[in-house]
Design a protein around this ligand. Structure first.
Ligand code: PAF
Length: 292
């Protein structure tokens, strides 16, 4: 496995892989790899001959300087995990490679899909940063497909809109949220939870489970479903920033859970901000299919 730091080397290596007959997949990451990232690599590996992973802690998408400073950076460990999972090439640029002196472009996706949920809570800067860096990565790597985790459901909606609007010929693949055995959605931020905070954080997947169970029993009123989830969160002393029921494509609030509905939650546990979601209104075995 090679590690390259420049767009030129990335392009040359991808071109050589294509010349050898391979299709190309990109798994964009900010490093601090965990099993969730590796599951994306495995999904990419199953469908493509050449798998690129980008590792770049994108300063433009952090709305809090403290979150950017605390974001774990562990390139050597990441490279070993990436190689073992089957990555062919790691692209790990310095910030100046993607944002050189004089860089003045922002890719802004407008409307409810960036203004609600994470957009409302983290500000426009977050999805501007994501759309800008993902468009740069897709233009640099020209992959046939790029793999993202469903935990960041809104990010996938935003990236799909951006790719469609800019005519970038990359298929965006959403892979199921990867969870630890106790149900907590895997995230690079989880390592910052103390043991006590981690046990309180488990209220998040439990709240989603309680909501999914109530919806499966026929409860379709978002107010009643929210109350079920909030009761679980409150029991653990977790105060959600939002617990929302939205259309999975437009991210607009739904009046009833009659069609597939995304139930998304964000909450701070201690200093760590966590997000998670579940798709309601579809059979559990079809949930993963319906996000592809
Ligand atoms: O999901 C992430 O890790 C990041 O938002 C991404 C897609 C790598 C862009 O920096």
């Amino acid at each position: 496995m090679r590690i390259v730091r420049t767009v030129r080397e990335l392009r040359e290596t991808v071109a050589a892989a294509r010349a050898g007959g391979s299709t190309v997949a990109l798994v964009p990451t900010m490093g601090a790899l965990h099993e969730g990232h590796l599951s994306l690599v495995r999904a990419a590996r199953a469908e493509h001959g050449f798998v690129v992973m980008s590792i770049f802690v994108n300063p433009k998408q952090f709305n809090e300087a403290s979150d950017l400073a605390a974001y774990p950076r562990q390139e050597e460990r990441d490279a070993a995990l990436a190689e073992a999972a089957g990555v062919d090439l790691v692209f790990a640029p310095e910030a100046a490679e993607l944002y050189p002196e004089g860089f003045a472009t922002t890719v802004h996706v407008s409307g409810p899909i960036t203004e609600t949920l994470e957009g409302a809570n983290r500000g426009a800067v977050h999805f501007d940063g994501v759309a800008t860096v993902v468009s740069k990565l897709l233009i640099a790597a020209t992959p046939d497909a790029a793999y993202f985790g469903q935990k960041d459901a809104q990010q996938i909606v935003v990236v799909r809109r951006m790719v469609a609007d800019l005519g970038i010929p990359t298929r965006i693949v959403a892979c199921p949220t990867s969870r630890d055995d106790d149900g907590l959605a895997r995230s690079s931020r989880n390592v910052r939870l103390s043991a006590e905070e981690r046990s309180r954080a488990l209220a998040i997947p439990r709240a989603l489970e309680a909501i999914a169970a109530a919806a499966a029993e026929g409860e379709a009123d978002p107010v009643a479903l929210r109350a079920r989830g909030e009761a679980v969160l409150e029991g653990a002393g977790v105060d959600p920033e939002y617990l929302a029921f939205v259309d999975p494509d437009t991210l607009e609030a739904v009046p009833r859970v009659s069609e597939p509905t995304l139930c998304a939650v964000a909450a701070r546990v201690g200093e760590v901000r966590l997000i998670d979601n579940v798709l309601l209104g579809v059979a559990p075995e079809q949930r993963e299919e319906s996000v592809k």
